[in-house]
Design a protein around this ligand. Structure first.
Ligand SMILES: [Ca+2]
Ligand SMILES: [Ca+2]
Length: 601
């Protein structure tokens, strides 16, 4: 980690801002770090009151007292270190941008209409050709692959064999070649790891169902009666097991039974699988799916103390297995407040959902405050650089659809995403403005490479139809257009990964006088300093001035050099304490346009 003065200041400010943070020597204050041993609940994991509440919530008549016997003893929760903001060790993630790929929809090498690993290898140069001098690639140093293991469904989130690459995608050898080709280009590959549940077709569950003496029975969560309570979003979670007088628990749907992580054998298996992908298959780390649901305690089904304890132990295992492993967790809806209990240890980073929502809101409303509020909240309240902003992912309506198909909105959203703190993620196709709305398959349609038959994606019949805008929205059309969204993304990723201030600098918002459509902020990492000015509005803004009572800039006069946005700027005069008084760097801000200036003293 960089321990120059600025970072220390940043860390101190994070510490000061973090309500659960305590100085390392002080008594811990967070519930997770309670100094007294955690008292294990009674063997009945659902209290009678809980059961009553659950039956009422489920709209059923309470029956005779039914106790759900936990299949294994509730473990003693290992206490974590005190809640201090803990920076990540230095690594490739410091300056990365991650590109999310759904292999099935990215590129098909053999004409069967299904994207595959060899197809992805052929397209790696589009993501990053490994040469920083060329400008024809996105330049992303990281890829997140949605699940690659053998699974029952097209999306891969219902695993049937953790250690084998999906036959649709290729072989384990193909995957190793992908990793080698990625490494040649300086790309780290992380994969989706779905540990919370398996497919109902997984041999473990099938054995548990069909073999009376199955050692795997205790790998799942059972009840002799239907407990009746429902899941966090009101869904059914208990299902009658086919051929058995018994119910199993499945939080997402009946086809994906939850694994029982109170059983140490299941945790040991999860660790073995993780080690296999790190050591044998060469991945750089994991995106951990649905990780807030790992260990449930009766009808307490998310963010449980046992889940935090489990993640802590698991992450510790990963770091001893591969010292530079990188993890990002999906805590759906993650933001300050929701994420607080997942720090200081546990996973390295988590997706931050509020920033992307704020960016898209601001791009639609033209009000910069919609963007600044969540961006500043995340910076102030979450540990330094330990969160990952994104516009949308594979579970959400595509950004361009949310933005009403308006290119100007997509452009300003891109600049916002790639200039704020955190590790940004980009969903494949977002960089060309691909559209898509529910159902899920339509959020994950084939990559639109060109307007030829098969969209440049396949020579055959694509597994899922393209969006209707294939002719107007494709890579080929935007490739050579200097003003295309694709080339804006290329420029922004290149700037983000090469300028320390943008990648991991401090973040100081600046007042913009009389211009609610304008956001401005300073970012700094050592000698690397930038000013970013974003006009979310559909009208030009003339004579906007910026002011700050304080910043981390030393007093003096700075020359501004445009890195993005063709604009001449006046010098920036900084007073004592980093104050900026009514500076007017730009005469006119074009509509829906972002500017990045390098500061030279
Ligand atoms: Ca194929
Ligand atoms: Ca679970």
């Amino acid at each position: 980690m960089r321990f120059h003065r600025l970072l220390l200041l940043t860390l101190l400010s994070v510490l000061a801002a973090c309500s659960t943070a305590a100085p390392p020597t002080a008594a811990p204050t967070s519930a997770l770090a309670a100094p007294s041993p955690v008292v294990a609940p009674s063997p009945t994991s659902l209290s009678s009151e809980d059961a009553l509440m659950a039956t009422i919530a489920a709209g059923t008549t309470p029956t005779a007292t039914a106790s759900i016997v936990a299949p294994t003893a509730i473990p003693t929760i290992t206490l974590g270190p005190t809640a201090v903001a803990k920076p990540l060790a230095e690594g490739w993630w410091d300056s990365a941008v991650c590109y999310e790929v759904f292999i099935r929809s990215f590129s098909d090498s053999d004409g069967n209409g299904i994207g595959d690993i060899n197809g992805l290898i052929q397209r790696l140069d589009y993501i990053n050709d490994g040469d920083s001098a060329t400008k024809k690639d996105l330049g992303a140093p990281c890829i997140w692959l949605m699940p690659v293991a053998q699974a029952a469904s097209y999306h891969g989130y219902d695993t049937t064999d953790y250690n084998t690459v999906s036959k649709d995608y290729g072989t384990n050898e193909d995957f190793k070649r992908l990793i080698a080709e990625a490494h040649k280009r300086g790309i780290s590959v992380i994969i989706d790891l779905v540990l919370n549940h398996v497919s109902i077709q997984h041999p473990w569950f099938q054995d548990a169902l069909n073999n009376p003496n199955s050692p795997y029975h205790d790998w799942f969560i059972w009840s002799p009666i239907d407990p009746g309570y429902r899941g966090p979003w009101g869904q059914q979670v208990w299902y009658r097991a086919p051929g058995r007088n018994e119910y199993y628990y499945a939080i997402f749907w009946e086809g994906m039974p939850d694994l029982n992580y109170r059983n140490p054998a299941v945790t040991a298996e999860a660790e073995k699988i993780s080690a296999f992908w790190l050591n044998e298959m060469g991945v750089a780390g994991f995106r951990l799916d649905a990780i807030k649901h790992v260990v449930e305690n009766g009808n307490e089904q998310e963010n449980t103390r046992e889940t935090h304890a489990w993640i802590r132990e698991y992450a510790s295992f990963l770091h001893t297995t591969k010292s530079d492993v990188f993890t990002v967790g999906e805590i759906f809806g993650g933001r300050p407040g929701v994420l607080d209990d997942y720090y200081p240890d546990q996973l390295d980073t988590y997706f931050e959902f509020a920033i992307g929502e704020g960016i898209l809101n601001a791009a639609r409303s033209g009000d910069a405050r919609d963007f600044l509020r969540p961006a500043a909240a995340a910076y102030d309240r979450l540990p330094y650089q330990r969160y990952a902003p994104f516009l949308t992912n594979h579970d959400q309506e595509r950004a361009m659809t949310t933005l009403g198909g308006e290119a100007g909105r997509a452009r300003i959203a891109a600049v916002a995403l790639l200039t704020i703190p955190g590790l940004p993620f980009i969903y494949y196709g977002e960089e060309i403005g691909m559209t898509g709305t529910q159902p899920d398959e339509r959020l994950r349609t084939p990559m639109q490479w060109s307007n030829e038959k098969g969209g440049g994606f396949t020579t055959g019949q694509a597994w899922e139809g393209f969006q209707s805008d294939l002719a107007a929205v494709n890579v080929a059309l935007q490739d050579d257009d200097p003003n295309s969204l694709l080339n804006l993304y290329r420029t922004l990723i290149q700037l983000h990964t090469s300028i320390p201030a943008l990648a991991h600098g401090s973040f100081t918002t600046i007042e913009t006088m009389g211009a609610p459509s304008v956001a401005a902020f300073i970012r700094r990492s050592g000698d690397s300093m930038v000013v970013v000015v974003l006009n979310f509005g559909t009208q030009p803004v003339d004579g906007a001035t910026i002011s700050a009572v304080a910043s981390d800039l030393e007093p003096g006069t700075y020359r501004l050099t445009a890195l993005l946005g063709d604009a001449q700027s006046a010098d920036l005069v900084v007073g004592p304490g980093g104050a900026i008084a009514n500076s007017a760097p730009l005469l006119r801000l074009a509509p829906q346009t972002g500017y990045i200036f390098r500061l030279n003293s």
